[in-house]
Design a protein around this ligand. Structure first.
Ligand SMILES: *[C@@H]1O[C@H](CO)[C@@H](O)[C@H](O)[C@H]1NC(C)=O
Ligand SMILES: *[C@@H]1O[C@H](CO)[C@@H](O)[C@H](O)[C@H]1NC(C)=O
Ligand SMILES: *[C@@H]1O[C@H](CO)[C@@H](O)[C@H](O)[C@H]1NC(C)=O
Ligand SMILES: *[C@@H]1O[C@H](CO)[C@@H](O)[C@H](O)[C@H]1NC(C)=O
Ligand SMILES: *[C@@H]1O[C@H](CO)[C@@H](O)[C@H](O)[C@H]1NC(C)=O
Ligand SMILES: *[C@@H]1O[C@H](CO)[C@@H](O)[C@H](O)[C@H]1NC(C)=O
Ligand SMILES: *[C@@H]1O[C@H](CO)[C@@H](O)[C@H](O)[C@H]1NC(C)=O
Ligand SMILES: *[C@@H]1O[C@H](CO)[C@@H](O)[C@H](O)[C@H]1NC(C)=O
Length: 909
């Protein structure tokens, strides 16, 4: 309080002095710049700022000295700095009023919500040295003569704006004082190869960032004139051509990032000359070919070498490693590097990550990586041609967290010594020839999260010691030769999310303790010799505590078996660093027909579902009833129980499984009727109840009757569409919507349309499959079995965009690339054009519109809903990936449109 009063007095004093200043004759004010004209300039600048949610500009009062105003700094009685960064200010501003601030040298307006036309950049005060205007919604072309107009500029940051057009060739030609230029994350297009840069114009330049634009053509060779450049970032553009040799003349370069472009050619050996000071070199995601030059041996300060995702070939030049003593990250995944694994890797004493994923590296893993490279944390070698045994000496790399050796030709047993790796989180070695037992010593790896050893020849029982690793999240031992029972100790693994033990020789009963695995969402036990009944509770239960972070950092592929060529629904594979096309070459997968349903990072909500999502118990010897409690696993999407000895009725509680996409209970001895509640299963894309002892009518509401007859074959008493009509009297009459009076009739009609788009979207696993069945209601009304439209499509690409294209295809009734319809563009372009023109109704398949003909009111409702579908779809195909919703959001939106999702809908439980 006291200091406040003091401050106030101080203010008053200043204000008095200031008031005296102000009383100087008004005619001089505009001629001789002074603190007074500065104040007036700032006030008129302030007038343009319409939004000031934090009220920071309330201190800007003409009766106070402007040097005390928020964000204003003075020197020698004049305003020299204005800093309003990060204050959520809004308004359409120009810099015209600031032009008279002739002593202003620093202007910081970053991170606000202004609208600034880039032509205003030419209204800035002449003496400006530092301009920070990133994330400030600067719009328009990059001004031609900017630096010739402001020769004093030293630091310019215009990143994260919407600068458009090309970078003028003379842009950098008068920038002899400029040290830092950041134009990253804008919308600058066109060629930069003709950029004029002479020695004078950039010998001060230290930092040039043009990343995340749409720049084209080759990297300008004139950049080599910027001899003091320390950081050059051209990443995430559309640059072509080769890496200029002349960059090798940049002797001070510390960071060179040209990743995510379309650069071709070899890495010039001259770059080795720029190596004296190079710390980071990134060329990833280009089309670079040829070998890694041995001149890199001079890069003794290099910490990061990222050449991943190119076409680099030839053996890795082992000898350079002797000199790369600072190297921490060696990232070479997705290339065609051949030859043996570099033996001298042990010279890199600071090495933390080695990634050779998806190359053609041969030979054995050297035994002496450690103690040399004893800081090694990640050893990633999946998808190579590595053979021999896993060296026990790896246990000396005591910091190891990740060992990924999948898809190689390793044999022998897993060394027990790996148990000494107390930091080990991931032991991933699926698809090799590993044999012998799982060493009980692995139980000492208290941090182990992923134990992924499917498709090997491991035998013996699952060691109980393993359950000391209480952090286990993903265990996959599918397709090995594991015997014995499933240990009941699995129940102690509270973070276990994925358990895959399929295709082994496990016997005995499924332990009821699996119901204690409170994070388990994926349980695949198919093709074993399991007996007994299905425990009523398995995996995650409703109300279980949310556990965060589980499986985060894993990269998944979910392959879905198609047809009956392989047992089980499919497999979830850890696919980090592996090329998707490698799936086709995997021998056992080659014998299965499969589609890749999802590949990518773990969806964030994957483990936040409330119950088990995937349950495959097929091909065992299970007996007894399907437990009623399975109907409580509300998140279940796959329920595969085929080829067992299950008997009794199908519990009608299963009708509560709203997310169920696959239900296969074929080849059992199930009896009774298909529960009427199954007509609520609107996400079902596959149901197979064939080869049972079922009787009675197939529910005609919902989507059961739209599926092929084969799915109901070999049941003695089933009848009704798609099977022959039921003979006996208990066949319900078809629904007559108008019979129940107008009000209800309307609701039914509206629901009917919604009902008629029945989509099966298998998320999270996350098959991007959708089934749309139109006008089932019409058919029911008219009893005309043919008059409906059914379409079922899948996309192998598990992304939202592809999903949007499929949705569009269905809504528009057109193929994505139909030249006759779309001219130069494609389906997506065509739809966007129509919608821009306000003609969205022309997009929707006329056949679908026909189907909706009903009462006018109902029809209007239905058309509205179709437009809503179209809107969701358009979000999926937005030009900017960042603006697209994620798959779960899409599904949530679609579900809002689903029957029974709104309030007051008829079916609740
Ligand atoms: C001024 O700028 C810096 C960043 O450059 C920022 O940290 C600071 O909060 C800004 N605002 C004020 C009122 O000084
Ligand atoms: C910026 O202003 C100029 C001249 O006033 C005008 O021609 C241009 O269209 C404006 N640009 C934008 C993006 O508003
Ligand atoms: C430019 O500003 C952005 C956002 O404030 C910041 O992240 C970036 O580091 C700045 N660039 C330079 C070169 O300082
Ligand atoms: C980039 O420019 C294009 C074409 O002018 C425009 O459609 C798009 O919105 C701009 N992007 C950003 C991020 O401003
Ligand atoms: C960016 O500017 C372009 C051209 O002025 C405009 O078409 C586009 O809508 C702008 N984008 C954003 C996100 O403001
Ligand atoms: C460097 O600048 C000089 C003029 O100072 C120019 O002649 C030369 O072409 C530039 N170098 C390159 C490689 O363009
Ligand atoms: C290692 O670097 C030094 C100087 O940086 C150089 O003289 C030597 O030839 C290099 N060694 C190898 C094997 O290239
Ligand atoms: C599993 O069952 C099959 C058929 O019932 C039998 O042939 C096989 O020997 C059994 N395997 C084991 C390990 O019990």
């Amino acid at each position: 309080m006291e200091s406040y009063t003091l401050q106030l007095l101080h203010h008053l004093a200043l204000t008095l002095v200031f008031a005296v200043y102000l009383s100087v004759s008004p005619t001089q004010q505009s001629i001789v710049p002074s603190i007074k004209t500065d104040a007036a300039a700032l006030i008129s600048f302030r007038k343009m700022i319409q939004k000031d949610p934090n009220g920071v500009l309330s201190s800007w009062q003409l009766n106070r000295n402007p040097c005390t105003w928020y964000g204003v700094s003075c020197s020698l009685g004049r305003v020299t700095q204005l800093n309003l960064s990060g204050n959520y200010l809004g308004g359409s501003i120009s810099f015209d009023p600031l032009a008279s601030l002739d002593m202003l040298s620093i202007l910081k307006l970053s991170s606000n919500f202004f609208t600034v036309n880039s032509t205003c950049l030419l209204q800035l005060p002449y003496g400006l040295k530092q301009l920070e205007l990133s994330s400030a919604v600067l719009v328009g072309l990059v001004p031609d003569n900017f630096f010739s107009k402001y020769p004093n500029l030293v630091y310019v940051n215009l990143s994260q704006n919407n600068l458009t057009g090309t970078l003028p060739e003379i842009f950098l030609s008068n920038s002899d004082k400029l040290q830092v230029l950041d134009l990253s994350s804008n919308n600058i297009t066109g060629s930069i190869s003709g950029l004029q840069i002479d020695v004078n114009s950039c010998n001060s330049l230290l930092h040039l960032d043009l990343s995340l634009n749409h720049l084209m053509d080759s990297i300008p060779i004139t950049l080599s004139n910027c001899t003091n450049l320390k950081t050059l970032n051209l990443s995430f553009n559309l640059l072509t051509g080769e890496v200029p040799r002349s960059l090798g003349e940049l002797k001070s370069l510390q960071i060179l990032d040209v990743s995510h472009n379309h650069i071709t050619g070899w890495i010039p050996s001259e770059l080795g000359n720029a190596c004296g000071s190079l710390l980071e070199f990134k060329l990833s995601f280009n089309n670079i070919s040829g070998p890694i030059p041995s001149t890199f041996s001079d890069c003794s300060w290099l910490q990061l070498l990222d050449l991943s995702n190119n076409n680099i070939s030839g053996p890795f030049p082992d000898a350079i490693l002797q000199n790369l003593t600072s190297l921490e990250n060696l990232l070479l995944s997705n290339n065609r590097i051949s030859g043996s694994f570099p033996a001298l890797i042990s010279s890199c004493k600071k090495l933390r990550i080695v990634d050779f994923s998806s190359n053609q590296v041969l030979g054995i893993i050297p035994h002496d990586i450690c103690p040399g490279a004893e800081l090694l944390e990640e050893l990633r070698l999946p998808d190579n041609l590595i053979e021999g045994e896993i060296p026990a000496q790896l246990s000396q790399c005591s910091q190891l967290k990740t060992i990924d050796l999948s898809l190689n030709y390793l044999n022998g047993s897993i060394p027990a010594e790996l148990g000494m790796l107390e930091h080990l989180e991931q032991l991933i070695a699926w698809f090799n020839g590993l044999e012998g037992k799982i060493p009980p010593e692995l139980g000492q790896c208290k941090n182990l999260k992923d134990l992924i050893l499917n498709n090997n020849q491991l035998s013996g029982e699952i060691p109980v010691e393993l359950f000391n690793c209480s952090n286990l999240e993903w265990i996959s031992l599918t397709s090995n030769e594991i015997t014995g029972k499933i240990p009941k100790e699995f129940g102690v693994l509270s973070r276990l999310a994925v358990l895959q033990l399929a295709n082994n020789s496990l016997t005995g009963e499924i332990p009821v303790e699996l119901g204690n695995c409170s994070s388990l969402v994926w349980l695949d036990l198919n093709s074993n010799n399991l007996t007994g009944a299905i425990p009523p509770r398995l995996g995650r239960q409703l109300g279980a505590k949310a556990l965060s972070g589980i499986l985060s950092g894993n990269t998944l592929v979910f392959v879905r078996n198609v047809g009956n060529s392989c047992k089980g629904v499919g497999g979830l594979l850890e696919f980090a660093g592996i090329r998707p096309e490698r799936l086709l070459q995997i021998p056992t997968l080659r014998t299965c027909d499969f589609t890749r349903m999802y590949s990518g990072a773990v969806l964030s909500l994957f483990t936040q579902y409330q119950t088990l999502e995937y349950l495959d118990l097929s091909y065992n010897e299970l007996r007894g009833k399907i437990p009623d409690e399975i109907g409580e696993m509300i998140a279940l999407q796959v329920l595969e129980l085929a080829h067992n000895q299950l008997s009794g009725d199908i519990p009608s509680s299963l009708g509560q499984l709203r997310n169920l996409g696959v239900f296969d209970a074929s080849h059992n001895r199930l009896q009774g009727q298909i529960p009427e509640s199954f007509s609520n299963l609107s996400f079902l894309v596959q149901i197979d109840l064939s080869n049972n002892e079922l009787t009675g009518p197939i529910p005609q509401r919902g989507q059961l009757s739209t599926l092929p007859a084969t799915q109901y074959a070999n049941n003695p008493g089933l009848c009704g569409v798609p099977l022959p009509e039921c003979r006996n009297s208990n066949n319900q009459p078809p629904v007559t919507p108008s019979a129940d009076g107008d009000k209800k009739g309307h609701r039914l009609a509206a629901a009917a349309w919604a009902n008629s788009i029945v989509m099966g979207v298998l998320i999270s696993i996350a098959s991007i499959c959708i089934l749309i069945v139109w006008a089932i209601a019409m058919r029911a009304r008219r009893k005309e079995a043919e008059e409906y439209y059914q379409s079922f499509r899948c996309t192998a690409k598990g992304d939202v965009y592809s999903f949007g294209v499929v949705l569009l295809e269905l809504l528009a009734g057109k193929r994505p690339t139909d030249k006759d319809d779309f001219g130069d563009t494609n389906l997506v372009g065509w739809v966007k054009m129509k919608v821009r023109e306000g003609k969205q109704m022309e997009v929707i398949d006329p056949e679908l519109l026909l189907v909706t003909k009903g009462t006018d009111e109902a029809e209007a409702e239905e058309v509205k809903e179709m437009v809503r579908y179209l809107e969701i779809t358009l979000q999926c195909v937005d030009d900017f990936p960042s603006k697209r919703p994620n798959m779960l959001q899409v599904v949530a939106m679609l579900r809002e449109l689903m029957p029974g999702s709104g309030n007051g809908s008829s079916n609740s439980g």
